[in-house]
Design a protein around this ligand. Structure first.
Ligand SMILES: [Zn+2]
Length: 131
């Protein structure tokens, strides 16, 4: 399952960061998940519970922020929300978008450590899944 390997990757990365800073626990992890990244938030939350059991991450709250998918048209510089299923034709001129501006993100945005000082850390780390 995609969500399971993702959850394991998140726990691994946070665990490594926790170890390197000597953190005793994690209070929350905020993830940025693109609308088009193909991740089901509920499934991810469920897998996260399983993946963090017995680690320093156990008990952390998983916060998932959905990033809407947007695309851009080069000729008219229009940026539009692609929606679901994604519409990749420019609403202005009908040209195909050159690509997505956002919507495929999958990254750890912020980790809040359980230790009293330095309680939050901006992470912006892409989640690297082992395939
Ligand atoms: Zn256009």
């Amino acid at each position: 399952m995609h969500e399971m390997s993702l959850a394991v990757a998140v726990v691994d990365q946070v665990e490594t960061a926790a170890r390197s800073r000597g953190a005793i626990g994690v209070s929350s992890i905020e993830l940025e998940v693109g609308e088009l990244a193909g991740v089901v938030a509920d499934a991810l939350a469920f897998c996260f519970e399983l993946a963090c059991a017995g680690t320093v991450v156990e008990g952390a709250e998983l916060i998932t922020r959905t990033v809407p998918g947007t695309a851009r048209c080069t000729p008219c510089a229009e940026v539009w929300p692609v929606g679901m299923p994604p519409c990749l034709l420019c609403p202005g001129c009908g040209a195909a978008a050159d690509g997505l501006v956002s919507g495929r993100e999958l990254q750890i945005r912020e980790v809040r450590w359980a230790d009293p000082e330095a309680s939050r850390e901006e992470a912006h780390q892409p989640i690297t899944e082992e395939s």
